[in-house]
Structure formats: C-alpha cells, structure tokens
Design a protein around this ligand. Structure first.
Ligand code: BV8
Length: 258
C-alpha cells in the first residue's frame, strides 16, 4: 500500500538529532490487541476499561479486575509486535538521541527490540503485591484463590500497571517531559491523547518550539496543533517512512498484517 509522505517530514527526520516518540494503544491495534476506545468483546463487553483500571474497582471486586487482566494477558500472549513496532526499532538506531515513551502495557515495543524506552503505565506481564508494592514472580497458583495471595504478606497480588487515579513515577515523568521539551521532533502515534499526563506531552513539545507529527487514522486533540497529521495506520506509515530514510531491516522481520 503506498502512502503520501510529506517531504519536509522526511527531511526533518533525516536531520533530527533528538527525537521523542509517544505511542498509545493504536500502535498495537494491528497486532490484534483492541484499543481502549474499541468496545471490548465477550464477557468484558459490558465494562468500560476506565472503570476497571482503578484501585476502587480492585477494592470493590478484586476477582473481576484480576480476571480482566488475565483475559488481556491471554490476548497479548497470542499477539505479537507489528511492522510499526519494528519500524520504531529502526528509527531508534538511526537517530542520534532517541526516546520512546509508551502508554501501552503490552510489552510489544521491548519484544520488537526497542531499548531507549519508558513504559509510563507499567507492564501487564509483571505482577506485584498490592500492599507491599514489590514485584512477585511466583506464587501458589492454587485454583480458586483469585486474585492469588502475596507469598510474603498474604495480601492480594495485582498487575504492575498504573491505574487511573494512581500517580506515575516522577522520575519517568520528568525524563519524558525533559526529553520532549529538548527534542527536535516529536512523533505522536496511535493515541487519543485523552489520558493525562501523557496526553499533554504534544503540548509540551509545541510550547518548546518542537515540531509535532501525528500518525492516527482519526482526528484527535493533537491534530490541530500538529505540524503534520497523517491520517493513516501506524503499520502503513512507519515502514514507509523508514524506507524513505533507507532503513528497512527490522521491518522485514515484522508481521505482514499491515
Ligand atoms: C495521574 C494502564 C496524578 C492500565 C492506563 C479525575 C479523577 C482522577 C484522575 C483524573 C481525573 N481526571 C483526569 C484524571 C487523570 C487521569 C486521566 O487521565 N483520566 C482520563 C480518563 C481522563 N490520569 C491518571 O489517573 C494518571 N495518573 O494523573 O496521577 C493523579 C493522581 C490522582 C488523582 C488525579 C491525578 C494515570 C493514568 C494511567 C492510566 N492507566 N493504562 C491498563 O491499561 O489497564 S492508561 C490506558 O488508557 C492505556 O494504557 C492507554 O494509555 C490509555 C488509552 O489511551 P490510548 O493509548 O490513546 O488509547 P485509546 O484507545 O484512547 O486511543 C487509541 C488511538 O489509536 C485512537 O486515537 C485511534 O484512532 C488510534 N488508532 C487506532 N488504530 C490505529 C490507531 N493509530 C495508529 N494506527 C492504527 N492502526
């Protein structure tokens, strides 16, 4: 599929020294993982993710929230990174100073090979004790105890993700904001930008005179402020951008589902 790429965006990428990329659920859409906007399926159809991804929901019904994350883990385990994830690995190797900030908890960027990255909202593959906050790798998986209990203190285990209403590590936040403010170019990919504080990063870029490119099939609040707004899927645009830059090694390793 051919896609129109603005020459000045390609030139900006060619000459950029420092690039920051923000990704959201949309970059994993072509891996088959539903975004937060899309209606959930099956049993979970009746729930709004933002109602389940909260400490209050877990306090009210820990079993329901734990099982929702188990369902999502199974979805993610069956899926894999797509060409958009691999294209960002190419870009990381091409740009002198690069930082990927993802809102996603699916681990696909790391699996694709990204390393200069921040998982702002945690990672669904990690589990921690709700009470102690420490990561837990193994626990008694005796059937019927859902959520499982922490082997140290007996409290509930929970996914190591940031729920709505929970704070984000100030170190990660400061790193993301400082990198954004001092970058030459900010790419905003597959996010509705409605969730704070990540959704405000494009504005941080603009306020610091950094040009912003958005890749999203739909218009978002970022679209009006973006210097380029590419209304297209990430797994189509990113590989095409990399090929214009003469980079396409990793992309061939990606899936061909785009
Ligand atoms: C914080 C982990 C300080 C969990 C996530 C009132 C009370 C309390 C809090 C608030 C409040 N009002 C605002 C807040 C702050 C709150 C917030 O933003 N709420 C929202 C609902 C308004 N934020 C927080 O609480 C954050 N912490 O602010 O701390 C604080 C503390 C206490 C009280 C106040 C403030 C923590 C936020 C982290 C939440 N955890 N994930 C989990 O996943 O289970 S966020 C979660 O939702 C996802 O990780 C994801 O990041 C986010 C959804 O956003 P997107 O990634 O953009 O996904 P979405 O589906 O929305 O959009 C997908 C886009 O992709 C679409 O635009 C679509 O067009 C596009 N797309 C589709 N296909 C493609 C594509 N693009 C490209 N290619 C394609 N093929």
């Amino acid at each position: 599929m051919t896609v129109e790429l603005p020459d000045d965006l390609v030139d900006a990428l060619r000459t950029a020294e420092r690039v920051v990329v923000l990704t959201g659920a949309g970059i994993s859409a072509e891996s088959g993982v539903p975004t937060f906007r899309e209606a959930q399926t099956g049993l979970w159809k009746q729930y709004d993710p933002r109602e389940l991804a909260t400490p209050q929901a877990f306090a009210r019904n820990p079993r329901l929230v734990w099982e929702w994350y188990q369902w999502r883990r199974e979805l993610i385990d069956k899926a894999k990174p797509n060409p958009a994830h691999y294209a960002l690995v190419d870009l990381e190797q091409y740009i002198p100073s690069f930082l990927l900030v993802t809102q996603n908890i699916d681990g696909f960027h790391w699996a694709a090979g990204s390393r200069d990255m921040i998982e702002l909202h945690g990672n669904i593959a990690r589990t921690k004790c709700y009470d102690e906050g420490v990561l837990v790798d193994t626990w008694d998986d005796d059937i019927g105890v859902v959520p499982p209990h922490c082997p140290h203190c007996g409290g509930h285990l929970r996914p190591d993700v940031v729920w709505f209403g929970e704070g984000i590590s100030s170190h990660l936040l400061d790193t993301a904001v400082e990198a954004t403010a001092s970058s030459d170019l900010f790419l905003c990919i597959g996010t509705s930008a409605v969730v704070a504080p990540a959704g405000s990063f494009p504005l941080v870029a603009k306020r610091n005179g950094v040009r912003v490119a958005e890749i999203n099939p739909e218009q978002t609040a970022v679209s009006m402020m973006a210097d380029w707004s590419l209304r297209e899927k990430a797994a189509v645009v990113l590989p095409a951008l990399m090929q214009r830059l003469g980079l396409s090694s990793n992309v061939l390793g990606g899936t061909s589902e785009a």
